[in-house]
Design a protein around this ligand. Structure first.
Ligand code: GAR
Length: 191
């Protein structure tokens, strides 16, 4: 069994969608959900799915080995960031080379970098007058949103779209593609 940990900071609708997708998978298991926010709704979702979950503060992530120790204890092979807003610390990057992927709610390299997450991204897309947006799934490295791109999908941004309606379109793309891309990447890394 290949064990995946999902890192998430917020609502976790992607995390839930991924958990549902892999629920009966015989090779890949969502073995843990980890958050840097104690009250993140994603942890409630983990509980409902009966998936082990853990909270580690920002300080804990950045200055201790607790997260790595936990990942080892849970025998985690691969990490998926789904709305995770902290930079992944070096000790985790080094322990999981090419084994950490992220989803970004826009077409990188546009609208990436520090502070570019969730609704901030969709507002920036709207304000820039873009005619399209989408999702980017990429490997994670030491810089925000700069790792090699694995997959992108696009949606139209019409003149009457709002940041909310863009968010809705982008979420639809995320739900449709992210689990499948995770499956493909994980299988290619472990076969
Ligand atoms: C998702 O749209 C994801 O792409 C984005 O946060 C949202 C989390 O939603 N991630 C980033 O912006 C990372 N820079 P969710 O908690 O409902 O899955």
């Amino acid at each position: 069994m290949i064990n995946i940990a999902i890192f998430a900071s917020g609502s976790g609708s992607n995390a839930e969608n991924i958990c549902r997708y892999f629920q009966n998978n015989e090779q890949i298991k969502i073995a843990s959900i980890i958050s840097n926010k104690k009250d993140a709704y994603v942890l409630k979702r983990a509980e409902r799915f009966d998936i082990p979950f853990a909270f580690f503060s920002k300080t804990c992530f950045e200055t201790t080995s607790h997260v790595i120790d936990y990942l080892k204890e849970k025998k985690i092979d691969f990490i998926v960031l789904a709305g995770f807003l902290l930079k992944v610390p070096d000790n985790i990057l080094q322990a999981y080379p090419d084994m950490i992927i992220n989803i970004h709610p826009a077409l990188l390299p546009k609208f990436g970098g520090k502070g570019m997450y969730g609704d901030n991204v969709h507002r920036a897309v709207k304000e820039a007058g873009e005619t399209e947006s989408g999702i980017t799934i990429h490997y994670v490295n030491e810089n925000y949103d700069e790792g090699a791109v694995i997959f992108q999908a696009k949606c139209e941004v019409a003149q009457n779209d709002t940041s909310d309606s863009i968010a809705h379109k982008v979420h639809e793309l995320e739900y449709k593609y992210f689990p499948k891309v995770i499956e493909t990447v994980v299988k290619s890394q472990f076969q």
